[in-house]
Design a protein around this ligand. Structure first.
Ligand code: AMP
Length: 116
């Protein structure tokens, strides 16, 4: 189920354009509009879940599909062997700005650590 007020749900519904790079029955991946690395893709469950903190134990399979899709995005971008990073900003202190669960797939350059 999607949420009319959620930006990423509107992307799932096709009401907001996105540069989709990968899609499965339950998962969508599209390029971040403000890329922080040569490859910067967001992977989301199509069903509205506000954040990782809002998931429950029944979401295990869906979360696995999100991670497998992130792997496939990295493979598709050709960054899987060099290395890449998965980030799921969660809640206020986590820096989450869009409240629909998403993982960032970042790569194509050496990434610093720790994050800010
Ligand atoms: P976060 O801060 O972890 O919630 O990440 C949200 C991300 O969504 C940011 O990196 C934004 O650049 C990105 N973003 C916001 N609007 C869009 C959009 N319409 N299409 C693609 N990415 C977006």
């Amino acid at each position: 189920m999607t949420n009319d007020h959620c930006l990423f749900c509107r992307i799932v519904d096709g009401d907001v354009p996105a540069d989709v790079v990968h899609e499965t029955e339950h998962v969508l991946a599209f390029r971040d509009v403000s890329p922080k690395a040569p490859t910067h893709v967001l992977v989301i469950p199509k069903r509205h879940i506000a954040s990782l903190a809002e998931t429950d134990d029944g979401d295990t399979t869906l979360l696995g599909e999100v991670m497998i899709a992130a792997r496939d995005v990295a493979r598709g971008a050709g960054i899987d062997e060099a290395g890449f990073r998965i980030v799921a900003n969660t809640g206020g202190d986590g820096g989450q700005t869009v409240h629909h669960l998403h993982v960032h797939v970042l790569g194509g350059r050496a990434l610093g650590w720790p994050p800010g």
